[in-house]
Ligand binder design. Sequence first.
Ligand code: DX5
Ligand code: ZN
Length: 246
Amino acid sequence: TPPAIIAPSILSADFAALGAACSDTIDNGADWLHVDIMDGHFVPNITFGAPVVTKIRPHVQRPNAARGKGTFDCHMMIAEPKKWVKEFQTAGCDLYCFHYEAAITSTAAENPEDHTETKTSPKEMIRYIHESGMLAGIAIKPETSVDVLWEILESPKKEEVPDMVLVMTVHPGFGGQKFMTSELPKVKALREKYPDLNIEVDGGLGEGTIDQAADAGANVIVAGSAVFGAKDPAGVIRVLRESVEK
Ligand code: DX5
Ligand code: ZN
């Protein structure tokens, strides 16, 4: 299993003091920051966009170390993931994680006048993200079978293979939901086939659920309310890491 990567979700941070929340979280031992982008279409909630990412980016050093400390892991819960790749790269996103279910894009990315919808295959999306200079992640919702991922992970073209798979362990849209153990077999199946793959879990992770996720094989751990709601966020980050590394 690859190294543990702890990625607190700033969705549960104080939005009025987001820059300080980001730098404090890194100082508290986090590896990455998980940045939840929601558009009110793909999910029934709205968060923030690239201008906010641009403003918080200078509060955290760009990644350079082994675990990519300081990586901005942008979880794109948006209906048109292709349209925003360049803008988020410019804003300072390091890993652009799109949803498999949303790999549909309007040709508006190329021509703002044209609103016809065309499918962009996940592999095209991954290639496009790589060409834009970011790591690429692909996320699946609880409704989506893990089986859709095999063909993508088996692509003979390296530039079409994702750097990370995100298995959602809640229905995306809100922080503070209950962890869905029903999603763990997906993690297990991925880990059995891919010992070196970065497998991220997101939703309901905390001290009470981390062991199950770690046992299934997850190594990239998102936690929002568990970290930002804690009296001792550094302690929670430590527990999450120890559980993955044990
Ligand atoms: C939910 C988001 C999560 C969320 C997790 O749609 O993708 O990243 O912040 O929050 P917790 O850890 O509180 O479940
Ligand atoms: Zn997320």
